[in-house]
Design a protein around this ligand. Structure first.
Ligand code: ZN
Length: 319
């Protein structure tokens, strides 16, 4: 019938437009092919007072600063490490915000709180799950109450300090993400060398999905409307990360009326995850999945260990 055809075509068009908006909304611009200023020193520091790089930018070797003149490299490393990747608190949350990515040091101490729900991610969100500004403050919430605020000012202080320490930020932290779009934007906004420095990642994903046989769709009114668009790109990026040693993926089902994510949808997602290997690779579910059934469907040589850590049953109050 003509009317049903046009209705279905309109639905399809609406979905296509929604997808295009989602892919473009508020995302940071990609890294330019040539940067106006070189951030990292292109060659080791020399003893000259000033050196010129090939883009005619002046770089001071900072010998007037006791930090560089008096501290040996090893001591400077320890200071950088304490500021950018404290050994006792290495998890660094990375979140999408307006046309930028935000990083926040994890301060969660209760291991029973799922990574997805850490309060360290912030308290203000847009409907698509990205971090929003606090309207009362006119900006993003600061990390003032954190014992480990991110002090990126050190990286901005001078090119010498930046060059010596930037690798620590990527290689010594456990970077955690809870949206696939953030991972895609992370890859688009840093140079490949940084991506290849990352050694440890945690991913916390909310699965509220419909499955239509061959197609995934998020339950639209609940955030984050994310995975169906960026899942493939995410696993392609992870597969290319040369130094990634440890990957932990935690799925939470965000249960609504006791409906679990459809098994076939989960298997569909896991299939891409079986194509990559890491020395330490764990996939955790917070609902009672049938592990043997999953192994049967995915093959015996799973590259990851499956863990089930069911969330506590919510107490029921009567009054
Ligand atoms: Zn946290």
């Amino acid at each position: 019938m003509k009317w049903s055809w046009s209705f279905s075509a309109r639905r399809q068009e609406e979905r296509r437009l929604a997808e295009r908006r989602r892919r473009r909304s508020d995302r940071p611009g990609p890294l330019p092919a040539v940067r106006e200023r070189t951030l990292t020193l292109p060659f080791p520091p020399t003893n000259k007072d000033f050196v010129q790089n090939n883009r005619h930018q002046r770089t001071c070797d900072q010998q007037q600063s006791p930090f560089f003149a008096k501290f040996p490299e090893e001591i400077r490393y320890l200071i950088y490490r304490e500021v950018l990747a404290p050994g006792d608190n290495p998890e660094l949350h990375v979140a999408s915000a307006d046309q930028r990515l935000l990083s926040r040091r994890c301060i969660n101490e209760n291991r029973d709180v799922p990574g997805l729900e850490h309060r360290c991610w912030g308290r203000h969100y847009k409907q698509d799950g990205t971090t929003a500004r606090n309207q009362n403050m006119g900006g993003y919430e600061p990390e003032d109450d954190s014992p480990y605020p991110m002090r990126l000012g050190l990286l901005r202080s001078c090119r010498q300090a930046y060059s010596e320490s930037i690798d620590i930020l990527y290689s010594q932290n456990t970077l955690s993400f809870r949206q696939t779009r953030t991972i895609v934007d992370f890859q688009r906004t840093i140079i490949p060398q940084r991506l290849h420095s990352v050694r440890s990642m945690n991913l916390y994903f909310l699965l509220q999905l419909h499955w239509y046989g061959t197609r995934l769709e998020e339950i639209e009114h609940i955030y984050p409307f994310d995975i169906p668009f960026f899942w493939e790109s995410t696993w392609k990026i992870l597969a290319e990360m040369e130094s990634l040693q440890s990957l932990r993926v935690e799925f939470t089902d965000g249960r609504v009326d006791d409906e679990y994510p459809p098994r076939d949808a989960v298997i569909h997602l896991l299939k891409l995850m079986t194509a990559v290997k890491f020395p330490n690779y764990v996939v955790q579910f917070d609902w009672a999945v049938e592990v043997d059934e999953f192994v049967g469907l995915l093959g015996n040589n799973l590259p990851f260990e499956i863990q089930v850590k069911e969330k506590p049953v919510q107490p029921v109050y009567y009054w």
